[in-house]
Design a protein around this ligand. Structure first.
Ligand code: BDR
Ligand code: CA
Length: 307
């Protein structure tokens, strides 16, 4: 099975990514969960990661708190989508039982990667601040990371017409990561908007009847509010890179050059995707274009039923 570290900002869809990864023990082994400022502040995101671990009984995986702000830009949050707590909609206990690790997330990333045989994949589903800082602190991790499967970017935006939240929230960090030479599998809005939880999903989930199903159903019901009127359902962005690691056959990917804009007045945080091979810069990203939606939902439902 693949060893992974989940770098996240839970976040409703981050929570679902953790839930999916943790249930597939024969495919994935979670070495650590590291948290970053993003959907809400890093303290709340961290608390939420611990609350999710409590919910699913993930007792032996360390959770380490990371960067509390982006590298350069002002902090930006998405409490309009995930609620004030970052996990609104659920009736989970507010205070987690699980304890936070003592170490900083960046140190956990560096130590685990340097001690590895180059077999750890990073699942990056928040702004890329921690990963950029880890590369700065110990550049030799570049040769140790097997792959970064990340949710971010796309050929259009959700925070600005050009930029997706995770990239926009720390474009300087994203740029460092995209230019690092590490293998990247990118799940941007083009493909995550194919993973839509339609309005019937909360009821279907509730019918499963276990506590995880109830929590996920409540979260999706809340989160759907942000998508209503614009989309046919709520996009489950962050489970996409996890689904890819479990079953890559559900995605169509293209090896392509992607660069991150950090200067544009209207385009800060945009991922510039060279579909037509216009630049001679080396391809640096496996860009996910298409999702087999039936396979995705089958996996999602199986995941929730397994609890
Ligand atoms: C991304 O932004 C966050 O709000 C979600 O958790 C996801 O990682 C989608 O743009
Ligand atoms: Ca996220």
């Amino acid at each position: 099975n693949k060893r992974i570290i989940i770098d996240c900002d839970p976040g409703i869809d981050d929570a679902m990514a953790i839930i999916m990864a943790a249930s597939h023990v024969s495919d994935l082994r979670i070495e650590a969960i590291t948290t970053v400022s993003g959907n809400v502040g890093v303290d709340k995101n961290t608390k939420n990661a611990l609350r999710i671990c409590d919910l699913i009984g993930l007792h032996d995986v360390p959770v380490a708190m990371g960067a509390n702000r982006p590298l350069v830009r002002q902090q930006l949050v998405a409490s309009d989508v995930h609620g004030k707590s970052g996990l609104d909609g659920t009736a989970l206990p507010e205070e987690p039982v699980k304890k936070l690790a003592d170490e900083h997330a960046v140190d956990v990333l560096v130590e685990k990667l340097m001690a590895s045989e180059g077999d750890i994949t990073l699942v990056a589903i928040g702004p890329l601040t921690n990963i950029a800082l880890a590369i700065r602190k110990e550049p030799r991790i570049i040769l140790k990371i097997r792959e970064i499967a990340l949710m971010g970017g796309g050929t259009y935006g959700n925070r600005t017409p050009a930029a997706e939240f995770n990239i926009y929230a720390d474009a300087e960090a994203a740029r460092m990561v995209f230019e690092s030479g590490v293998a990247i599998a990118m799940f941007g809005l083009d493909v995550t908007h194919q993973a839509l939880a339609t309005l019937d999903k909360p009821d279907e989930l509730k019918g499963i009847g276990n506590p995880v199903a109830t929590a996920v159903s409540d979260m999706i019901a809340f989160y759907s509010g942000a998508y209503q009127g614009k989309f046919a359902g709520a996009a489950l962005h962050d489970p996409c890179p996890v689904a890819y690691l479990i079953d890559p056959s559900m995605f169509e990917l293209e090896h392509i050059r992607v660069d991150v804009e950090t200067k544009g007045e209207f385009t800060y945080g945009m991922t510039v995707v060279d579909f037509k091979g216009v630049t001679d810069r080396n391809p640096n990203v496996q860009f996910a274009r298409k999702l087999d939606q039936d396979k995705f939902w089958k996996l999602f439902m199986e995941t929730i039923k397994s609890y």
